[in-house]
Design a protein around this ligand. Sequence first.
Ligand SMILES: [Mg+2]
Length: 473
Amino acid sequence: MGSSSHLQRPSGPNRTVSASSFAEAFSIARRNLEDEISHELPVTSSELPSPALSSSDAPSTPALSASNLTTPASLVTPLTEAQTPSLVDSGYDDNIADNFAFAFDIDGVLVRGGRPIPEAIEAMKVLNGENEYGVRVPYIFLTNGGGKTEEERCEDLSKQLELTVSPGQFICGHTPMRELADKYTGSVLVVGGEGEKCRSVAEQYGFKDVITPGDIIKANAATAPFRKLTDLEHTNSRDLLERHGVEKLSDIVIEAIFVFADSRDWASDLQIILDIAMSKGGRLETRSETFEEGPPIYFSHSDVVWSAAHEHVRLGMGALRRIVETVFTDVTGGKKLETHAFGKPQVSTFEFATRLLQQWRTTQHGLVAARRPLDTVYFVGDTPESDIRGTNAMDAKSKHTSWYSVLVKTGVYEDGTEPAYKPRVLVETVLDAVNHGIEREMRRRRAKQSQRDAKNQGGLMQKLANITVQDMS
Ligand SMILES: [Mg+2]
């Protein structure tokens, strides 16, 4: 299916970019967005960030919390990197694709087991103008992965793909959790990731008191009988009683649980999540009589498997989520636990991505949506259940932009099997995906042009006919 790598090289003049003006351009885009959102999303302050994010897993609507309306800045990633000059008022480059864009999943599409998929580097070059049309195409990244700050993830990806990836074009699984920092201002439990990384990401997002499973085990080693903290973990874990100025753990209340990244110790994390889910209103080391008082639990995504270095897919956060829900029912004598998940395939995540993409097109490429509407977004993914399902659901919902799903064979999807959710097109690699999208757009452009030519020619013939008539009279 893929049209191989016949698109040719060089030409693409890449814009060089500088810092402050990006922030400037960004804040203009953000203000516009703020106006747009406040007209579009009337929600009450009592709403959860996303009823859409229910345990049903069904891709659904946005439902941003009230805090979004007042802090749209948090809709996108931090903007600390040096970036583009202000292009908002200076028009745009003719070589930029002004009506289509790409969005990419990362694991299994561009990277696998920490290494780039070979065709990914070429695919990025093609997008950046090294194709026979000399066209450069805007793109963003939308991964369910996480565990580091967006800046760190972008640095990794930049090295892997041999180009500069900016936080302004990047969304990871826990990026939307930033919006909940205003909602949960007390203590929260943050689970997953390496060492203290996720605690520090959560603190950067604005969470005021971030507790980890390590802190709880340090305070009471009996919490997890089979987990012994390493010396480093013991040093890094905080002294909860001292920090909170209390005498017993039950004086500390967890307002919400956030699973930011994959757990590094499923048994102890599962124990601690369940303990809090069964507690009296989030109070550590207590038990509710009804098992209905636990705080909300958020997962940054719900992928059961993902594509890593191993030849077969590996278990992901979605598996832990299933276990938490199932075991909760077992240990409470039949009670149901409803957890929430961000990430793909939630439509709210794709809507979030649409806003980021619009901002990126404006700030990086000078394309203002009102004048240069985005007709098509090509989403390239390897997981039918999250990438393709979400893209198709977004396509069905989106009024103005078509979301076109492309499934690659380099990750979770196994060639020869029937994908659970059907893509618009199935290709071998991300390079084929990029070539397919560009070719399709160029064909459409040519078709439109010949329609226009035919129309113009028709008009001309009509004029000639009129002239003849006039001459005759
Ligand atoms: Mg993937």
